[in-house]
Design a binder for this molecule. Structure first.
Ligand SMILES: [Zn+2]
Length: 346
């Protein structure tokens, strides 16, 4: 066989391998998403995590890179348990780089006293705070409870709201975060959406006083589901109509830290079990399923197991937040996709 004949054959084999990978990833993605949406009773809307017009493609340059961030990290969370759900694995990944000094502060706006059906709020408050301390101990996070009413952050009387914003601004001043993480601004979870807006208000005070502007990150949406954003009219918003999964800016490879974060999450036992129904909620499983969906989005071609990923997006507001991206080496969520025009598809 001449070299001239060998070359096209090789090309065909590569193409076949690529198609097999694509097919495998698609099937895995569909089954993970089906599971997520079934548990959220949204199975009717199961589509794909791949943005429309894009397809999976193998990229040899894609690999797990360290996430570097130097300085204190602060999270503003509405409830105990939000840290373990959405950021513990990423924080541990950042902290695993010994080159940098990091500290992690979780500012929790409520005590989560409304979080267990059928329990007295005072009992729930005490148990959930204990759970939060047990989880925080695992990752080395410092908790700051502000004890505003659970379920009431969007309905605070003006005076209380002002007090909360001032308290938050003071925390930002004390902690001087390099990175500030908060819930995404989506309007189906009033406490979470309010946490975002209250944090922006606190950042305004902080900026007026000449404080250092942090890099503002919003974590992945719950269970990766696309939900209506408070910030409408973006091209992304158009995708929301047809496309049920949120597209984050970055995915951090948390394969090495996900399990420890899950251990911390398991400390929140009141959130794992529904005492009224007498059934487990499979909550940690859901977080793991989302980590797998994100992991699939950067999985290398020959991988025999699905890595775990945690997603974040950066919010840049001039004079309020830093443009600097502390996640210098990250896995851009988009890098795994190649836009494929219809006539280019094989
Ligand atoms: Zn929450």
């Amino acid at each position: 066989m001449s070299k001239v004949q060998q070359l096209p054959l090789r090309g065909t084999q590569l193409q076949e391998r690529h198609n097999r990978l694509e097919e495998r990833v698609r099937k895995l993605e569909a089954s993970l998403l089906a599971e997520l949406f079934r548990r959220n009773e949204r199975e009717e809307s199961v589509q794909t995590a791949t943005p429309p017009g894009y397809s999976y493609t193998q990229d040899a340059s894609r690999q797990a890179l360290p996430v570097d961030a130097s300085g204190p990290i602060m999270q503003v969370a509405a409830h105990p348990g939000d840290g373990p759900d959405f950021f513990y694995a990423t924080y541990l990944k950042i902290a695993s780089n010994m080159q940098y000094h990091n500290s992690y502060h979780e500012v929790v706006l409520t005590d989560g006293e409304g979080g267990v059906d059928g329990w007295h709020p005072e009992r729930t408050r005490q148990v959930r705070m204990k759970e939060a301390y047990a989880g925080a101990e695992i990752v080395g996070s410092r908790l700051h409870f502000l004890s505003y009413p659970d379920g009431g952050l969007s309905k605070l009387p003006p005076r209380k709201k002002t007090r909360l914003v001032k308290q938050l601004a003071r925390k930002i001043e004390e902690i001087q975060p390099a990175i500030l993480v908060v819930h995404p601004p989506k309007n189906d979870h009033p406490d979470h959406a309010s946490s975002f807006l209250l944090t922006l208000a606190a950042l305004e005070i902080h900026a007026r006083r000449g404080g250092r502007t942090p890099t503002l990150l919003i974590h992945d949406v719950e269970f990766g589901l696309q939900q209506k954003s408070l910030w409408g009219n973006s091209p992304q918003e158009l995708l929301a109509e047809t496309y049920p999964i949120h597209v984050p800016d970055f995915i951090v490879d948390v394969s090495s830290t996900h399990q420890t974060a899950q251990l911390a999450l398991q400390k929140h036992q009141t959130q794992m079990y529904d005492p009224m129904r007498g059934q487990p909620k499979l909550y940690a499983d859901l977080i793991d399923t989302l980590a797998q969906v994100r992991g699939l989005q950067f999985m290398a071609g020959g991988a025999t197991w699905i890595p775990r990923g945690q997603a974040v997006s950066q919010v840049v507001i001039p004079d309020l937040t830093s443009e600097h991206n502390f996640l210098l080496q990250r896995l851009p969520a988009g890098s795994i996709y190649r836009q494929v025009k219809k006539d280019e598809q094989v």
